[in-house]
Write a protein that binds this ligand. Structure first.
Ligand SMILES: NC(=O)c1ccc[n+]([C@@H]2O[C@H](COP(=O)([O-])OP(=O)(O)OC[C@H]3O[C@@H](n4cnc5c(N)ncnc54)[C@H](O)[C@@H]3O)[C@@H](O)[C@H]2O)c1
Ligand SMILES: O=P(O)(O)OC[C@@H](O)[C@@H](O)[C@H](O)[C@H](O)CO
Length: 377
């Protein structure tokens, strides 16, 4: 069995690559970062170091590495001959991955079984986004035939993998917790064997619970923590003023998840508590800069703040905690982060009303509009 994984970064090496390796796949990493790909190609193994209670080390071996910017022929040949292709590159990068998979499907031997395509990103239905980017590249009338050579499955990926220290080499430090949920519907009876992943009939409750609890909470710690002057996530959460905003925001998203997906309230409370314990892990060197990265993406319509706040407002439920988090998010000022710089510019150029409409996708007809505009002012 062969898998090609795009994005040999933190979650790529620290989780998806590890699980595919442990599942017995011959693994090819593809990335555009030349030093990273050169180092992987020259290495025989790297180690995933877990930190926290029950931590273990895992050694990943037997992989190869290709530069998808300079060696696209080899990357496409590898995908054409693979069973599985996965991504962990960021949702906005999927459009750059799409041409490789389209070309590989065109070159694929028709007798070969279908290629399993799974985007492992923090976004709702990221694999559907990737499939849409692919279909946009194919002439009308030809997509159905090409798409029949692949199976597309949405996934939800959860493991905190912080930025790695400069002297770590290829090794990755991760938390012990992990969850990879994969929607099973498109596989029929031919579900891939990936121990460590679990297959679910309907991914929507899983991905929304993950994005609107783990990622809403995480981003709230990051933005409120940044404003309070903290660098590390664990320090930020230890600040009672930050913790209070996080608790309020997560009580609100929990109310939505329970109402919408009928989660047992006690189970959701326990899930939320586990997540706060994960953020508080002092052995995990995670930072507000990493967790708050790309604030414009995080403030967009279907993301971790506006997504749940809009649905809560539509149901007449409280949103004060999420709005406090949004008010902190728009003040995230990290010069090394391109979107933070762009956010700063937009805040000087756009009125709160235009910011709500153009960045957050909420216009005056929506019940969230007035409170959102007040939070943005
Ligand atoms: N780190 C985490 O804790 C975590 C957990 C769950 C999900 N995720 C999601 O996984 C994705 C990746 O996050 P990360 O933390 O690993 O980021 P990262 O920056 O560590 O890794 C991303 C990798 O993608 C590569 N890349 C960028 N453009 C590319 C292209 N055109 N082709 C191939 N490779 C390209 C980068 O060079 C980098 O190595 C994001 O969607 C993130 O939300 C991250
Ligand atoms: O990756 P992002 O930028 O969407 O979000 C930052 C973190 O919240 C995220 O990477 C978490 O660590 C991860 O989603 C945990 O599973």
């Amino acid at each position: 069995m062969k898998a090609v994984h795009f994005g040999a970064g933190n979650i790529g090496r620290g989780f998806i690559g590890l699980l595919l390796h442990e599942a017995g796949y011959e693994l090819v990493f593809a990335d555009v970062a030349a030093p990273l790909i050169d180092a992987l190609a020259a290495s025989e193994s790297y180690t995933v170091h877990e930190v926290g209670a029950g931590a273990r080390d895992h050694v990943v071996t037997g992989y190869s590495a290709l530069n998808s910017a300079t060696d696209e022929g080899a990357v496409r040949a590898a995908i054409a001959d693979a069973d599985v292709v996965t991504t962990a590159v960021g949702p906005t990068i999927l459009r750059f991955i799409a041409p490789h998979i389209v070309a590989a499907l065109e070159a694929r031997d028709a007798a070969r079984g279908p290629l399993v395509v799974m985007a492992c990103e923090n976004a709702i239905n990221a694999t559907d986004l990737l499939r849409d980017e692919m279909s946009n590249l194919v002439p009308t009338g030809e997509w159905e035939a090409l798409a029949s050579r692949a199976v597309f499955a949405n996934t939800a990926v959860d493991r905190i993998v912080p930025g790695q220290s400069a002297d770590a080499g290829l090794d990755v430090t991760v938390e012990t917790f992990s969850e990879w949920a994969i929607e099973s519907g498109s596989f029929g009876s031919d579900v891939p064997e990936i121990p460590g992943a679990h297959f679910v009939d309907d991914l929507a409750p899983y991905i929304e619970r993950k994005l609107f609890t783990v990622n809403t909470g995480h981003a709230t710690v990051a933005y409120a923590g940044f404003l309070a002057g903290h660098e590390r996530i664990s320090d930020a959460l230890a600040d009672p003023a930050v913790a209070e905003i996080v608790e309020t925001a997560l009580r609100e998203t929990s109310a939505l998840l329970v109402a919408k997906h009928e989660f047992d309230p006690a189970v959701q409370d326990a899930y939320r508590e586990t997540i706060l314990e994960r953020f508080a892990n002092t052995a995990l060197p995670d930072t507000v800069d990493r967790v708050g990265r790309q604030p414009l993406r995080k403030l967009s319509r279907h993301e971790r703040f506006i997504g749940p706040a809009a649905e809560l407002a539509e149901r007449g439920l409280p949103t004060a905690g999420l709005l406090a988090a949004i008010a902190a998010a728009v003040r995230f000022d990290v010069p090394a982060d391109e979107q933070s710089v762009e956010l700063k510019r937009l805040r000087t150029e756009l009125s709160p009303e235009r910011f709500a409409a153009e960045v957050c996708g909420i216009d005056a007809s929506h019940p969230l509009f007035d409170p959102l505009v007040a939070a943005l002012a």
